[in-house]
Design a protein around this ligand. Structure first.
Ligand code: B12
Ligand code: SF4
Length: 192
């Protein structure tokens, strides 16, 4: 979703440390994460602040709790298909805002395939392809409906084939999980 001409480096802190050299290399540090990664994310923000590095934050943690992160420079909330293009344009104009958000939901048929070459694929046991977003159900422990809506939106078959081909070309030969927001199975009683 970022311009092709930008140089990009992906550091997934689940599988590798974020080094000082990584931060020094970047012009802008884009942060994403889940609520469970709150403390580690705060430490990264503090490291960026200490060296005066510009930060952009998005994804589930920040969409839910952006107000509690005062030291982030720019928030790109909700689905990046809709909110990231404005930040990119404003960064290139030299006038980025602090907040980018929307009430709209993205059309997943416009979602680009991930740049698998940025990931250290040999560090993973399973590769994931996101097939759908949104769910019509209402489990009280889950915030998918609040953030991604009640209507299931899906990628089309050609996108999934493209993503599988890209993974194969990147050398992946292990398992692939299609991440689908699927309703949990109804418990049915056996017929008497
Ligand atoms: C696959 C998945 C998993 C997998 C893989 C997790 C992983 N670490 O990669 C597994 C099964 C391991 C897992 C585990 C857990 N998960 Co989970 N998981 C998902 C799921 C189904 C898809 C996430 C995904 O990869 N999406 C693909 C990306 C492309 O889409 P996206 O996240 O929607 O990103 C978009 C925007 O958020 C935004 N965005 C995202 N990041 C960034 C960053 C920047 C800089 C910007 C600008 C934008 C941006 O742009 C993207 C495109 O629109 C979501 C539910 C869902 N449908 O979203 C839950 C979800 C993310 N999981 C959730 C939870 C709670 C967990 C667990 C904590 C559960 C538990 N109690 O153990 C663990 C945490 C494990 C860990 N430490 O990572 C919650 C997170 C809620 C929150 N606010 O933090 C979610 C939202 C589901 C829910 N119940 O509400 N999970
Ligand atoms: S069925 Fe799954 S995605 Fe839907 S509300 Fe329940 S836990 Fe969330």
């Amino acid at each position: 979703m970022l311009p092709a001409q930008w140089q990009k480096r992906l550091v997934d802190m689940n599988v590798q440390p974020l080094t000082d050299a990584d931060l020094a290399w970047a012009d802008v540090v884009f942060l994403g994460g889940l609520t469970i990664q709150w403390e580690g994310t705060e430490r990264v923000i503090a490291r960026c602040k200490a060296i005066g590095k510009r930060t952009v934050a998005g994804g589930p943690l920040f969409t839910a709790a952006y107000a509690l992160f005062q030291d982030v420079d720019h928030f790109v909330l909700n689905e990046a298909e809709l909110t990231l293009p404005d930040l990119v344009a404003d960064l290139e104009n030299g006038s980025p805002r602090r907040m980018y958000r929307t009430r709209e939901l993205a059309d997943m048929r416009q979602t680009p395939a991930p740049l698998w070459e940025l990931a250290k694929l040999d560090q993973y046991a399973v590769a994931g392809i996101q097939y759908s977003r949104g769910c019509p159900f209402d489990c009280d422990f889950c915030n998918v409906t609040a953030t991604l809506g009640r209507k299931t939106r899906v990628k089309d078959a050609s996108q999934i084939i493209q993503e599988l081909d890209d993974l194969y070309r990147a050398g992946w030969r292990e398992r692939v999980v299609l991440r689908r927001r699927q309703p949990h199975r109804q418990q049915t009683r056996p017929a008497r």
